[in-house]
Design a protein around this ligand. Structure first.
Ligand SMILES: Nc1nc2c(ncn2[C@@H]2O[C@H](COP(=O)(O)OP(=O)(O)OP(=O)(O)O)[C@@H](O)[C@H]2O)c(=O)[nH]1
Ligand SMILES: [Mg+2]
Length: 502
């Protein structure tokens, strides 16, 4: 039987508000499995629980997160790729510190669907519930939870559980498939070993598909491995694909080499980076403005890395404001344009903002450069605009549609269609008939052509007696900025135009 499409529901909310108890009441399975979690009565690690619901066309999977403020890093990893959020607020305690922080993180990560559970409803009366409903209404106003169901529920009496199940099914139906660039990518959120089976990494597949026997690379560490087995919902499968919770048994890798935050992906498909260009949105609630050179914790995918913030257009970004920034990382990670991220400061240790990656392998930038900022805006725009910018940035190196798609984090089909349009509009130049998918941007090509013509002219000015310029001299200079195929095309054109003679 084909695997049902997964709907991943992340819990969120303050410590002890009843997140894990609710998941257990809904599924019959305790997401807290570690002895330490049982002993302390709190969640420490992410819990993954499948809801058994044979009549439903999709498969709901819960990712239960810890509420403790020290485990925000774990929460951010768990929430990084959920389809919907279940925000848990204990009816007796109401909106608390990590209710706010988790809610901020969900919004920054771009979660679009969800519901609110008012847990421990058995501990309060109707007046208190009505009061809290009002408070929750204002709390979520203008967010993805505005107008979402708010359901009183008790894991002790069972009140509200059926309603929550029904709401989750509805959310699952509304969840839309993520765009697929067709290239296998799975941020790792769990590493474990199974006796007699070996090392296993698990995560949510964000792109493409993976099959038993495939070779994969673990980024950013460059570890290569063959997939011995694929598991979905604890069952052996031949393959898994986008959107599915997936476990991979990796050959010849030790548990010690693997960690949450790495990404398993198609070999060579991602480029480790220590710089990310991004749009940063600072939360309206932060107490002080975010400054150029601030040191932050960056949560991207399931990874956490330390980074410095280069504000490209000013010195500071105030509460509620957005800015284009470059994050300069202290250790490498991998990401793709379009990926969401969250940043937190050190003291106080709080979430201050987040945003979207625009370029995952940028150059170092000059600050206050109109050109840099314009380029970043184009990368954030439509596919045609972004594709054009990718060709501009590739300068004299002809870029293949496939490489451009990887760089942009968009599908090859989409980028190829954009490149065809750009070619028709005269914005791109096809360098060689032998490589039809390889293009230079027209502006770059025209500049290279002018430079080649000038180089020939200068040669004869400097060497007035000589009848010919050796090709090797021209080529040596040209190759610093362009490639040999481009030079050939340029020379053909200059000869055809009667400017040069061979
Ligand atoms: N009376 C009552 N108690 C509840 C209910 N749900 C949870 N509790 C109790 O609240 C405490 C905390 O519940 P958990 O489910 O562990 O809370 P949590 O939100 O998962 O906590 P962290 O994972 O540490 O963030 C436990 O002692 C539960 O028994 C409920 O509906 N009614
Ligand atoms: Mg818990």
């Amino acid at each position: 039987m084909p695997e049902k499409e997964h709907v991943i529901v992340g819990t969120a909310g303050h410590i002890d508000h009843g997140k894990s108890a609710l998941v257990k009441a809904l599924t019959g399975i305790d997401p807290d499995t570690l002895p330490e979690e049982k002993a302390r009565g709190m969640t420490i690690e992410l819990g993954f629980v499948f809801l058994d619901d044979p009549g439903y066309e999709k498969q709901i999977v819960f990712i239960d997160v810890p509420g403790h403020e020290r485990f925000i890093k774990t929460m951010a990893a768990g929430a990084s790729h959920v389809d919907a959020a279940l925000l848990v607020i204990a009816a007796d305690e109401g909106i608390s510190v990590q209710t706010r922080e988790h809610f901020d993180i969900l919004r920054l990560l771009g979660v679009e669907l969800g519901a609110v559970a008012l847990t421990k409803s058995d501990l309060v009366d109707a007046t208190r519930l009505a009061e809290l409903r009002g408070a929750v209404g204002s709390f979520v106003r203008g967010s993805f939870l505005d107008g979402a169901p708010v359901i009183p529920v008790s894991s002790v009496t069972g009140e509200g559980l059926d309603e929550i199940r029904a709401v989750l099914r509805g959310l699952g139906r509304r969840a839309v498939r993520r765009p697929d660039n067709g290239i296998f990518r799975m941020p790792i959120d769990r590493v474990f070993t199974i006796q007699g089976f070996g090392t296993v990494v698990a995560g949510t597949v964000l792109g493409g598909a993976v099959r038993a026997g495939d070779e994969v690379e673990v980024f950013p560490d460059g570890l290569r491995s063959r997939v011995r087995g694929v598991q979905v919902h604890s069952e052996r499968k031949d393959a898994s694909a986008i959107g599915q919770r997936t476990a991979l048994n990796l050959q010849d890798l030790k548990k010690e080499e693997l960690r949450r935050g790495q990404v398993a992906g198609a070999v060579g498909s991602l480029v480790p980076t220590v710089r990310l260009d991004a749009r940063l949105d600072v939360l309206p609630s932060v107490e002080r403005e975010v400054k150029h050179r601030d040191r932050v914790r960056l949560h991207v995918g399931t990874d956490e890395v330390m980074a410095r913030l280069a504000v490209l257009e000013g010195q500071t970004v105030g509460p509620g404001a957005s800015a284009l920034v470059q994050l300069i990382l202290e250790s490498p990670t991998v990401a793709l344009p379009g990926d969401r991220f969250v940043i937190r400061t050190f003291s106080p240790l709080v979430t201050i903002g987040g945003g979207q990656v625009l370029d995952a392998s940028p150059e170092r930038h000059k600050r206050f450069s109109g050109e840099v900022v314009e380029g970043m805006r184009r990368l954030a725009g439509g596919t045609r605009e972004a594709a054009e910018e990718a060709f501009v940035q590739a300068a004299g190196k002809p870029l293949d549609v496939n490489q451009a798609a990887l760089k942009l984090g968009r599908s090859e089909a989409e980028v190829s269609a954009a490149a065809d349009e750009l070619l028709d509009a005269g914005r791109l130049v096809r360098v060689s008939a032998k490589a039809p998918g390889n293009y230079l941007h027209r502006s770059v090509y025209d500049r290279l052509k002018k430079e080649a013509e000038a180089a020939v002219r200068e040669y004869f000015e400097r060497n007035p007696g000589r009848p010919l310029m050796p090709y090797a001299d021209l080529r040596a200079g040209f190759l610093k900025r362009g490639d040999a195929r481009t030079l050939k095309l340029i020379l053909d054109e200059l000869c055809a135009e009667g400017i040069l003679t061979r």
